[in-house]
Design a protein around this ligand. Structure first.
Ligand SMILES: Cc1cc2nc3c(=O)[nH]c(=O)nc-3n(C[C@H](O)[C@H](O)[C@H](O)COP(=O)(O)O)c2cc1C
Length: 309
């Protein structure tokens, strides 16, 4: 069973990926948050995030989001130029800014547009494309017009998160619809959604034994050892887990120090972000001290106290 780390814009960028791979491992490939065009050009943050020199320690599958063929080709050309031979196309993003423009999950009600993107992928025989998608944007059934197109396409792998865009991340995942999709899908399929512990992962392996992989998102941000626990069966105790988190955190401090030019406040803001998901079981007071710190030295002390205290 292949284990993938999900892309989460703002969280799983190169600094996190490298630090996670070094301190915890267990992940076969990391998906980048989507690369997109802004006024026809690439954002500096996307260029930096997928630059091979910033991803030396990981197997990276860069993701793009596009609604039109020209857009898909421009971003794919850029990624091919960097040396990538696997590219993921996002058809799942629920954010209105993206979806209302017919991209991400917003493309799913339009099979003709999806078909055009799939056809354009054939121009790149050297690239193994995957598609990361939801069941639909507005309706649970939209996938039914899309899957036959995917089945006949050159796509190598599908990652399905069984919610619709309109739900964002609310409500239960739709297990029944996932299983319908699974039965009709002729392409290697990966399950993604709400995998928070090893038990959830085994449940999906039992339910859908022909899955080619599982993709871990917020569950991996909360417990970075999740993939390794699934692989090895070893559940680290708190001390072992916190030591590894300390190691990962130290690498992230180093990585963001090198990357962030906007001074201490920006660095602190970026470091605090990870605590939105990381170690939810942590002592509440200790977390509060981390989140309340307004200087880097205070923050580092609060993290040390939380993980060593
Ligand atoms: C803050 C945030 C940012 C995300 N960014 C992306 C993204 O750039 N590309 C993408 O395909 N999915 C993105 N996702 C969706 C996740 O990859 C994943 O599909 C979703 O969180 C469900 O999996 P989980 O329950 O394991 O977290 C994002 C999700 C969140 C919460």
């Amino acid at each position: 069973m292949t284990l993938y780390a999900a892309p989460l814009q703002g969280f799983t960028e190169a600094v996190w990926r490298n630090a996670h791979a070094e301190a915890f491992g267990g992940i076969d490939a990391y998906y980048s948050p989507f690369v997109r065009l802004e006024k026809g050009d690439f954002r500096n943050k996307d260029r930096r995030d997928v630059a091979p020199e910033n991803n030396r320690g990981v197997h990276l599958i860069p993701q793009l989001v596009a609604g039109e063929v020209d857009e898909l080709c421009k971003i794919t050309d850029f990624l091919v130029e960097l040396g990538y031979r696997k590219v993921d196309v996002n058809m799942g993003c629920p954010f209105p800014l993206i979806a209302n423009r017919g991209k991400g999950s917003g493309i799913l009600p339009y099979p003709d547009r999806v078909g055009a993107l799939l056809k354009a992928m054939e121009r790149y025989p050297q690239v193994a494309f995957s598609v990361k998608m939801r069941l639909g944007w507005q309706e649970q059934e939209e996938w039914k017009a899309i899957l036959p197109l995917l089945n006949d396409s050159c796509v190598h792998r599908i990652v399905l998160h069984p919610r619709i865009g309109k739900q964002q991340y609310k409500g239960e995942v739709n297990t029944k619809a996932f299983m319908e999709f699974y039965r009709e899908c002729r392409i290697p399929l990966v399950y993604n959604g709400d995998l928070c512990g090893v038990a959830d992962m085994y449940e999906w392996v039992d339910r859908a034994p022909d899955l080619c992989g599982l993709m871990l998102g917020r569950g991996l941000l909360a417990n970075p050892s999740l993939a390794d626990e699934f692989r090895t069966g070893h559940m680290p105790g708190q001390t072992e887990l916190y030591r590894k988190v300390e190691h990962m955190h130290m690498r992230m401090v180093e990585g963001y120090r090198r990357q962030i030019e906007g001074g201490e406040a920006q660095l602190l803001g970026k470091l605090k972000t990870m605590w939105e998901y990381l170690l939810p079981q942590m002592d509440k007071k200790a977390r509060k001290a981390i989140l309340k710190s307004n200087r880097l030295d205070g923050y580092l002390l609060a993290v040390e106290n939380a993980l060593r205290g």
